[in-house]
Design a protein around this ligand. Structure first.
Ligand code: IPE
Ligand code: IPE
Ligand code: MG
Length: 239
């Protein structure tokens, strides 16, 4: 048996726990989101250093609009600022940025920022970085089906695959959720079919490179069978 650590090709993260991080410090929730941006900055760097090829993060769900107006506008502002501040360096580091989710309903300036970030970084190949914003797994499946119907293409599992918002990357190998909750919250419903799940009690602002390594180590202890038997998998590994 090989003891080489396998680095998941695609890691997806539900970055949860910012609000609780702030509450524990008697700070406004937006202060937790601000620390969350710092944690994300560290995480992108750590993933690139470890040779992860695709990182997908859940930044704002279709349902997060129902939060207090002040928190929603705080999140929009934080994202706009992070874009202005970080895109040039991310691009220099070889990161290809994609915004995944519904653009309708977002401000014109944010939409412009998304497009600019995507265009500036399109040629990069070191790490594909998907930011799911105004995203929901149900929205994604419905919009993919609607596109097929509009084209007159029969809806099948493989035709849907080509129209999903993340058709540019393979499905996630490892899905991490921080913050202690063990649920999917409308994240990658379609793409999570055979992903390994890892739940961390750490709040997202506290998630660091060591915590990422723990998740990758746990991933290495899993046997992915994709519906086959363990014996079939073992034979394939040693063949
Ligand atoms: C996740 O942190 C970030 C977003 C949903 C935008 P939360 O804000 O959900 O943090 P908790 O779950 O309230 O601690
Ligand atoms: C999921 O977290 C969404 C993001 C991390 C962006 P939530 O905090 O919104 O999920 P629930 O409401 O606890 O399920
Ligand atoms: Mg939460």
């Amino acid at each position: 048996m090989s003891t080489v650590r396998v680095i998941p090709h695609h890691i997806a993260i539900v970055m949860d726990g910012n609000g609780r991080w702030a509450n524990r410090r008697f700070l406004p929730r937006v202060a937790g989101h601000k620390q969350g941006v710092n944690a994300l900055h560290r995480c992108v760097k750590a993933c690139a250093e470890r040779g992860v090829k695709v990182l997908t993060v859940f930044a704002f769900s279709s349902e997060n609009w129902d939060r207090p107006a002040e928190e929603v506008s705080g999140l929009m502002e934080l994202l706009a600022k992070a874009l202005a501040r970080e895109v040039a360096q991310l691009s220099a580091d070889g990161v290809q940025i994609h915004f995944v989710g519904e653009r309708e309903g977002l401000s014109d300036s944010l939409k412009k920022g998304f497009l600019q970030a995507e265009t500036t970084t399109a040629h990069n190949t070191r790490l594909v970085f998907n930011i799911c914003f105004n995203y929901g797994g149900r929205w994604d499946i419905a919009q993919a089906a609607a596109k097929l119907v509009a084209k007159g293409v029969p809806v099948t599992a493989s035709s849907l695959d080509t129209e999903m918002a993340m058709a540019h990357v393979p499905d996630p190998d490892l899905i991490i959720r921080t913050g202690g909750e063990q649920r999917i919250s409308n994240f990658l419903l379609w793409q999570a079919a055979y992903s390994e799940f890892y739940f961390s009690d750490k709040l997202w602002p506290d998630f660091d490179a060591a915590a990422l390594d723990e998740a990758i180590n746990e991933f290495n202890r899993r046997e992915r069978r994709f519906g086959k038997t363990s014996e079939q998998i073992q034979t394939k590994v040693t063949a």
